[in-house]
Design a protein around this ligand. Sequence first.
Ligand SMILES: [Zn+2]
Length: 179
Amino acid sequence: MLLSLAGLIVLNSPFKERLWPQPGDVPVEPVPPVEALHPVVAAKMTELIKLTSKAGITILITDGFRSSLEQDVLYEQGRTAKGQVVTNAKGGASYHNYGLAIDFALRTSEGDAIWDLTYDGNHNGKADWSEVVAIAKSLGFAWGGDWKSFKDYPHLQMDFGYSIDELKRGKRPPDDVKP
Ligand SMILES: [Zn+2]
C-alpha cells in the first residue's frame, strides 16, 4: 500500500521527466570515440578486394577510418595548405570519421597506384574504375562520384541510414547492422 502510493507520487510528480530519458536528451555518458572501420564496412571492403581481384583488377585501399583531427588537416589541403582540395568535410563531418567510408585507387601491373578513371588494365573494354564502383554498389556501398556538389571518385561509404548530424550527436550503427 505504502509502496504503491510512493509509486503514484513519483509517476505524477513534475520530476518524472528527469527520471526517465526523454527523446532528444543529450546522452549522459560520453559516447566512446570511433577508432576503426565499422565491422560491416570492413567485411564488405574485404569482399570488394576479393571480387575485384576475381575480375582481374587490383585495388588499393588508400584510406579508411580517419580521426577528426586528421580530417581537419585534410580539409586545409588546397585551402591554407598546399595541394588540391580533396574534401569539403571538416573534422566530424565525414563518414570516414565514424569508420563508415573507404577510399580506393587502382594498382597497375607495374605496381603503381593510379586514379585514372579510364584505365582498362584487365583489357575487357570497360574502365576498371567503373567496374570497381559497380561491384562496390552491389555490396551496398554508395559512391562519392554520384555526389552532385563535390565529386569524390575514390570514395565509398555505407551510412546505414544515419545522417552526419545523428552521428555527431553520438548515434552509432550497431555492429550487426544490415548493409
Ligand atoms: Zn573518402
